[in-house]
Design a protein around this ligand. Structure first.
Ligand SMILES: Cc1cc2nc3c(=O)[nH]c(=O)nc-3n(C[C@H](O)[C@H](O)[C@H](O)COP(=O)(O)OP(=O)(O)OC[C@H]3O[C@@H](n4cnc5c(N)ncnc54)[C@H](O)[C@@H]3O)c2cc1C
Length: 388
């Protein structure tokens, strides 16, 4: 397939080189395609969905058991990237899940573990208090522990994927915004604010901007602003990586999650104990007009949560940031061909705040769809026509 006609002609153009686009470029280039990746900002930036030092990766999946085979492959692909680049991106800290036993999320965590033999420990109140004294939980909460979970370093993952894509011959253009694209009989034309490019196939991985580039997605996606905080705990060492796991607590309709404190010498900033709120959803926003000023009410909700469930976790706030979710109605991703384009246009979006752990496999799936028009991975539940 690699047969350049002129400098602006490619086999595949990838619009958006953030999380999923970096992985698509990597997998397509490894398979010998002549790839152009177009990114409106830089390779890693704070204006989309991937910034902020860490992303949880877990396999006993509470969102739906059907994701587990994809996760198994994602773990393998992260390990391959680590081996190829001799760089660690996955840090196995273990993860705890706490909530009432009637929580559908916790039920599905247990179901995923059972169905796919994923190690999961059910801790008694006493065991949990001994092992994780940092948490103060109501007696009726279930206490689950997934030892093989941990976190990924998103900026480093993306940089390594792009580095490897470049190594395999991909062209990456940064600070170049795609204004529009069109398709005519097997030819894609992409117009940016600097140039015009052509290709046989197109991949759209534009994250929060996807609905601006693909009008068919407009009614299916909502972009929300999600607050994150890094705080100084009362006892710094009690929350260090060796002692404190990744965690998720579901209380009523609220989901909070967090990480251990990571050494900034190894991981870079921000400094402190990181946590965020997953539910209820953040405020809808336009990705080009996001108000990134921290809101007092968001900070208050995070502090109130820490005071109740992790009382030694809060002394004062060090950093607050705003990140973007791109949510679908059912909070499952959309990974599919764009209907009406002869399987020449594929897209992946709507990762609804839980997509990063899948980055390493979604790139492979997109490359399969481009190469063969199909994939052996089960992605039927991610089709766009489920919303029709
Ligand atoms: C606060 C927060 C916490 C999260 N925590 C977790 C977690 O713990 N675990 C987990 O698995 N997931 C987590 N996620 C979700 C995960 O980070 C996202 O699902 C994932 O990063 C989405 O990737 P993406 O490629 O769709 O978007 P992005 O990474 O934002 O990439 C889209 C890219 O497209 C570019 N682009 C868009 N339009 C254009 C254009 N017109 N021209 C050129 N370039 C363009 C953008 O600039 C951007 O770089 C979290 C997300 C947030 C916001």
């Amino acid at each position: 397939m690699a047969n350049p006609v002129s400098n602006n002609h490619y086999d595949v153009i990838v619009i958006g080189v953030g999380s999923m686009g970096a992985s698509a470029c990597y997998h397509l280039a490894k398979q010998g395609h002549r790839v152009l990746g177009l990114e409106q900002f830089g390779i890693t930036h704070e204006l989309g969905s991937h910034a902020g030092q860490s992303r949880i990766i877990r396999k006993a999946y509470g969102e739906a058991t059907v994701y587990v085979p994809l996760l198994e492959r994602a773990y393998q692909n992260w390990a391959t990237l680590e081996a190829e680049t001799e760089t660690q991106v996955f840090f196995k800290t273990g993860m705890v899940y706490f909530g009432t036993s009637d929580s559908p999320f916790l039920q599905t965590v247990k179901q995923s573990s059972k169905q796919y033999n994923i190690p999961l420990n059910q801790l008694t109140e006493e065991e949990c208090r001994k092992k994780y004294p940092q948490f103060h939980l109501p007696p009726d909460f279930e206490r689950l522990e997934e030892p093989d979970a941990g976190f990924l370093t998103p900026e480093r993952c993306i940089l390594l994927l792009v580095q490897q894509a470049l190594f395999h011959g991909t062209t990456i253009k940064t600070r170049e915004k795609v204004i529009h694209w069109n398709y005519h009989k097997g030819n894609v034309t992409v117009t940016t604010d600097r140039d015009i490019y052509q290709a046989k196939k197109l991949v759209v991985t534009a994250g929060p901007w996807a609905k601006k580039l693909v009008p068919k997605l407009a009614s299916k996606l909502t972009v929300t602003r999600q607050p994150l905080a890094w705080v100084q705990p009362k006892k710094w060492t009690a929350f260090a990586m060796e002692k404190f796991p990744c965690w998720l607590i579901r209380n009523d309709d609220h989901d909070f999650y967090g990480f251990p404190i990571v050494p900034v010498g190894q991981f870079g900033g921000p400094l402190g104990l990181k946590l965020g709120m997953h539910h209820p959803g953040g405020e809808p926003t336009d990705p080009d007009k996001v108000d990134r000023t921290p809101r007092a009410k968001d900070e208050h909700a995070l502090i109130q949560f820490l005071n109740e469930f992790i009382p030694d976790g809060y002394q004062n706030t060090l950093v607050m940031k705003t990140c973007l979710y791109t949510k679908t109605e059912d909070e499952h991703f959309i990974v599919d061909f764009l209907p009406g384009y002869d399987k020449d246009v594929v897209f992946a979006t709507g990762f609804s705040g839980h997509g990063f752990k899948f980055v390493s496999v979604i790139g492979e799936v997109l490359a399969d769809l481009i190469n063969a028009g199909s994939t052996n991975f089960r992605i039927d539940f991610l089709r766009i026509d489920r919303f029709d």
